[in-house]
Structure formats: C-alpha cells, structure tokens
Write a protein that binds this ligand. Structure first.
Ligand SMILES: [Fe+2]
Length: 342
C-alpha cells in the first residue's frame, strides 16, 4: 500500500478516537493509544506547552495530568529543551531505542502548542515512513491539543477563582487564616510519605485547599461565635461539607475531578462511621478525604484558637494516635508521624 494512503488511514483512525461525548481527558489518551500501536512504541504522550515553552499538562495513553511538577516531567522538559526542534520532528536514538519528539503548531501559525512524544518506537521501517507517520499523528492530534489548551485556560481561571474563594473564607474567620494552605501542605507531606501517585497528589492538593469552602455559606455569627455552640448552631456548621459540594459541583467533571469533591464532602467522616454528613466508615471513605481529615485535625490542634493554646506537634500526633482506628485512618496517622520524625 502506498505510504500516503497508509498515513491517511492512520490519521482517520486516530481522529476516530475523538468521536462520542467523552471529555478530552478520555479521548486524548484513547487517541494516543492508537498512536502507540501504529508506531509500535512503548509510550505515547501529548505534552501541552505554554508560550514560554514550559510544560503545562501531559496526556499519556492512560490519563491526563494537570499542574505537572513531578521528577519525570522535569526530565521530559529537559529532554525537550535539549533535543526537540520547535519546527520539525526529531528522532533521538539512545541504546538502540528511538524516541520521536514532534512539535504541533497552531493551525496556520508558527505558535507551538504541544509536542507529540513517542518513546521506544520499533518496526517503523524507513525514516521516511516514520516521518510521514509522525506527521499524520500530529495532524490528527492538532485540534484536540488546541482544545486542551482552551480547557486548561478555563480551568486555570476557575482554580484561581476558587482560590480567591478560599481566601475570602479565611477573611471571614481570622483564626482559620492560612488554615487551607497549611492543610494542603500537611496533605502533601503525607502523600510523599505514602508515595501517592502524582495525579492523586494533584487532586488532593486542590481538595485540601477547598475542603472548607462550604463554610462561606455558614452565618458569621455561628462561624465566629466565641462561646459554646447550641445544637442548632452545630447542625449549621455540619452543613458546610454539603454546601461546599453545592458550590463546586457545576465544575465537575470538566474542570474539577470527582475526587476533589470527595475531599470537600467527606473530610469530617470517621473510620467508625460516627462522622458527618454521610456517616460512612472504614474503606467506604476514599483515601483522599481520609488524608484531609488527618491533616485538617493536625492543623486545628497545632493552631492558636480563641478558646485554647496550640498543642505542640508531638502532643497533636499523640492525640491523633489516640483517635486512630476510631476517628482517623491509622496508616495516615502513622505516615504523618513518620514524616515529622516524631
Ligand atoms: Fe471542615
């Protein structure tokens, strides 16, 4: 079969992966799977780059990664800076393995929007064939790369707005100022200790930042009441996880992952099922909200509150250990203790 016909078919087949109503986070990995198969490669990735050439987002054959900052991504960025040309595909040979780094431009313009990175290419025949095949794959992926940029921009604006909301919440209550960021920091400490995968870490960091966002809908007089809360007032406070979900739900799944919503809804659940608002327990509570729960309580205990002095870190860990297995996941408590060397 002539090469041009073959590459035309490949392009059509890859474009076929974009049919249906699935979000880009599913369609692009599906298309990359076809690229991987056609090029007999070990890995295929679509790497979105900013106008400054920095990596914004990476899609592989399995999933999509927002806000990438892992070691692998930094290595990929160095490889692109070192080897890739902004104008035409290059092949990088190392120890008999061929990687293809192919730039994808905005249609009709020279602006670089993404790279197609195909690793471990085998059985590609002549270089001419490989180059045609790469060109077809880039043509097929071009539009989705542009759309992914648009989605990224919208999602980024949205995230900045929700971060502003989180700050607005903290402005409502001076004693919790900085709390969301500290809970996020403790969550990251735990996630490193338990070696949580990068995509889960990203969801956890957003979930931690936004976990109490629903408190924005709780009356100031209740939220900042200096004395003891009445039962009705406590019931109002207990509504904040559900209020948070109401605020954020319209953004799922396009701009916000469902797991982020889990952190908002379920961070006051307890292992023994005596938490709120759902009253679920044990493994029914997903891992991410179990982490937020420990980080949230640790920060609350070690921060100054109007009614008490802060606990020392070791004292707070002791308290978490006392409640491990009833309120908290014991593995998460142990991970925080180990990370803090306590
Ligand atoms: Fe909360």
């Amino acid at each position: 079969m002539p090469e041009q016909v073959t590459t035309g078919i490949i392009e059509q087949e890859i474009l076929g992966a974009f049919s249906g109503s699935d979000p880009l986070s599913i369609q692009i990995p599906r298309a990359l799977k076809r690229v991987q198969e056609y090029m007999h490669a070990s890995e295929a990735m679509l790497v979105l780059v900013s106008p400054q050439g920095r990596i914004r987002q990476v899609f592989d054959t399995v999933s999509m990664h927002w806000r990438v900052n892992s070691v692998e991504i930094r290595q990929l960025e160095s490889q692109l800076i070192e080897h890739a040309a902004p104008t035409e595909p290059v092949t990088v040979e190392s120890s008999g393995i061929t990687d293809v780094l192919a730039p994808i431009h905005q249609q009709g313009k020279s602006d670089l929007v993404a790279y197609l990175v195909v690793r471990g290419v085998r059985a590609h025949g002549s270089n001419g064939n490989l180059s045609l095949m790469t060109q077809s794959c880039c043509e097929a992926l071009h539009l989705s790369a542009m759309n992914a940029h648009l989605t990224f921009n919208i999602r980024d604006s949205y995230l900045k707005s929700t971060e502003a909301l989180a700050m607005a919440l903290e402005a409502k209550d001076e004693y919790t100022r900085g709390h969301s960021n500290l809970v996020m920091a403790h969550c990251m400490t735990i996630s490193e200790q338990i070696k949580l995968p990068e995509d889960q870490r990203q969801k956890l960091s957003i979930g931690a930042l936004l976990h109490d966002i629903g408190k924005i809908g709780v009356l100031d007089a209740v939220l900042n009441k200096p004395g003891r809360l009445t039962e009705d007032e406590y019931d109002m406070i207990k509504e904040h996880p559900r209020l948070g979900v109401q605020i954020l739900k319209p953004l799922v799944p396009q701009f916000l992952d469902l797991e982020v919503l889990d952190c908002v809804l379920l961070h006051h659940e307890r292992i023994d099922g005596k938490g709120y608002p759902e009253g679920i327990g044990g493994d029914e509570i997903p891992l991410l909200p179990r982490i937020v729960s420990v980080a949230d309580s640790y920060d609350a205990m070690t921060s100054l509150r109007p009614y008490r002095e802060p606990l020392m870190p070791a004292e707070a860990i002791q308290e978490l250990e006392r409640c491990a297995g009833t309120q908290f996941d014991p593995d998460i408590v142990a991970a925080l203790k180990k990370a803090f060397n306590l």
